[in-house]
Design a protein around this ligand. Structure first.
Ligand SMILES: C[S@@+](CC[C@H](N)C(=O)[O-])C[C@H]1O[C@@H](n2cnc3c(N)ncnc32)[C@H](O)[C@@H]1O
Length: 248
């Protein structure tokens, strides 16, 4: 029996398992060009978003004994932004991803800065229940094959009172929204193909953002999965935004 994906749906995926495998293969393939493409396609605004997200959690990050996970860390730029707020003698930050080629690149950046790499699936993290003070994920959650399962897994590892931060794209409304749709659907895939040689990941990106639940729906899902104080702060006119919630 095939279960339809209740999360990301890359082209050709039949069920959650094949969706997950397609996402993993796609990131392993684009890993060598990922950082360059990210910075070119976002005109470096992504750096501002990672830093702003890390600042939002500075009070937890400043506690040396806090257990912090950066889920779907990829090549590690969100991880590095979080590490800037960690005191020198802090517990190592756990940086988790299932795409080996992405994680290897991340590890080169963050291993000497106080983070350890964990190669694992975000839907089955090798992390004990109720053990984490902060879990963040930047532009990774949207790629999970099952969003509800992702929230339940993050809830499982967090301690009561532990905090969650999901930084991801959204679709802005109005005139900017129309311009953004045009850029995202017609210009970005062309630049992506030119620089990476492959069009599939940059056709998948706008599709995945369109399919991703909007702010109201995602906050409802957070509450349904046992989180309290769910909120969404738009970044750069709502092109991206930060979801925050606390394990009740
Ligand atoms: C768009 S990249 C984001 C990387 C990084 N956080 C950033 O902000 O640049 C998404 C990452 O999520 C990872 N990912 C997607 N689904 C995953 C899963 N089920 N388990 C672990 N990692 C996953 C991919 O391998 C990829 O490295």
């Amino acid at each position: 029996m095939t279960i339809p994906a209740r999360g990301a749906e890359p082209a050709g995926a039949m069920d959650e398992q094949s969706a997950s495998l397609a996402v993993q293969t796609m990131f392993n393939t684009i890993a060598p060009r990922y950082d360059l493409l990210n910075h070119v396609l976002s005109a470096n605004i992504d750096r501002v978003w990672w830093r702003r997200t890390a600042r939002a959690f500075a009070p937890i990050l400043r506690r040396p004994d806090a257990t912090v996970v950066d889920m779907c860390c990829g090549t590690g730029d969100m991880t590095l932004a979080l590490l800037r707020h960690r005191p020198a003698d802090s517990k190592p930050l756990l940086a988790l991803d299932f795409a080996h080629a992405m994680l290897v690149r991340g590890q080169r950046k963050f291993a000497s800065q106080g983070a350890v790499a964990i190669e694992a699936d975000a839907l089955h993290m090798p992390i004990p229940d109720n053990s984490v003070d902060l879990i963040t994920t930047a532009f990774g959650f949207r790629n999970l094959a099952n969003y509800e399962a992702g929230l339940i897994e993050m809830h499982r590892v967090l301690r009561p009172g532990g905090e969650l931060g999901i930084l991801d794209f959204s679709e802005p409304k109005g005139l900017l929204g129309r311009f953004y749709q045009f850029y995202f659907r017609h210009i970005l895939p062309r630049i992506g193909k030119m620089l990476s040689g492959s069009s599939a990941p940059y056709n998948y990106l706008p599709h995945s953002v369109h399919r991703f639940p909007g702010p109201d729906e995602l906050q409802t899902m957070l509450r349904a999965c046992g989180f309290a104080q769910a909120s969404w702060t738009p970044y750069t006119f709502g092109i991206a935004g930060l979801y925050r919630a606390v394990k009740a």
